[in-house]
Write a protein that binds this ligand. Structure first.
Ligand SMILES: CC(C)(COP(=O)(O)OP(=O)(O)OC[C@H]1O[C@@H](n2cnc3c(N)ncnc32)[C@H](O)[C@@H]1OP(=O)(O)O)[C@@H](O)C(=O)NCCC(=O)NCCS
Length: 175
């Protein structure tokens, strides 16, 4: 099990994961991945992987986004999930988004990978100079709350999220 930079090496299992994301009904997973075009990924995966890697340099991101290091969590050479570590917090991230976002592909959930992906991400955050990590999840997201608490998250508060109508829980982890 490890975190790696997005790479063409994981093309086959990544594309399978995108197909899984596209057929599930929840909207909580990385929208960017759900909306990917399979034919475009099949045709030129390297360009996609390079764009993902460039987010760490603040490139190829929507207006107002902060630089974000993207890592893929792999096990046995297969894509399992994604984690994005934001290098700093803007106003939106301070209340809603937090420093770290993660998701496990649907067919691999409930096997302990969620706890592991955050455990592996925390040292990467530390390498980026983040000593106090803000993590958020929807108040209704029981699995994500458990992942955060298992990794030492301390609840600060619960805030309304007008975009979804579902409150966000805000946790801090000192690393
Ligand atoms: C949240 C998510 C990353 C958890 O990943 P996972 O691999 O299923 O998590 P794990 O198997 O490590 O389980 C973590 C804990 O949640 C519990 N859990 C898992 N799925 C659950 C569910 N559907 N309902 C309640 N608890 C659940 C597990 O029992 C485990 O608890 P434990 O540590 O006390 O044993 C995954 O469900 C996911 O990708 N969801 C969609 C994206 C998302 O919500 N990302 C987080 C945004 S804040």
């Amino acid at each position: 099990m490890k975190l790696v930079l997005p790479s063409v090496e994981y093309k086959v299992s990544f594309i399978e994961a995108v197909k899984e994301l596209q057929s599930e009904t929840t909207t909580m997973t990385t929208r960017r991945y759900r909306e990917l075009s399979i034919p475009e990924l099949e045709a030129d995966f390297e360009s996609f992987a390079e764009k993902e890697r460039s987010h760490a340099r603040g490139k190829n991101q929507p207006e107002g986004y902060v630089p974000q290091s993207e890592f893929w969590f792999v096990d046995g050479g297969e894509y399992i999930g994604h984690v994005g570590i934001r290098h700093e917090l803007n106003e939106h991230l301070k209340t809603i988004g937090g420093h770290i976002g993660y998701s496990i592909r649907p067919s691999k959930r409930g096997k302990g990978y969620g706890n592991k992906i955050l455990e592996f991400a925390l040292p990467k955050a530390k390498e980026l100079g983040i000593n106090c990590v803000l993590l958020t999840c929807d108040a209704t997201n029981v699995a994500s709350r458990k992942v955060i608490e298992k990794n030492g998250g301390v609840l600060e508060n619960q805030v309304p999220n007008p975009q979804t109508g579902i409150d966000k829980l805000r946790f801090w982890i000192d690393i």
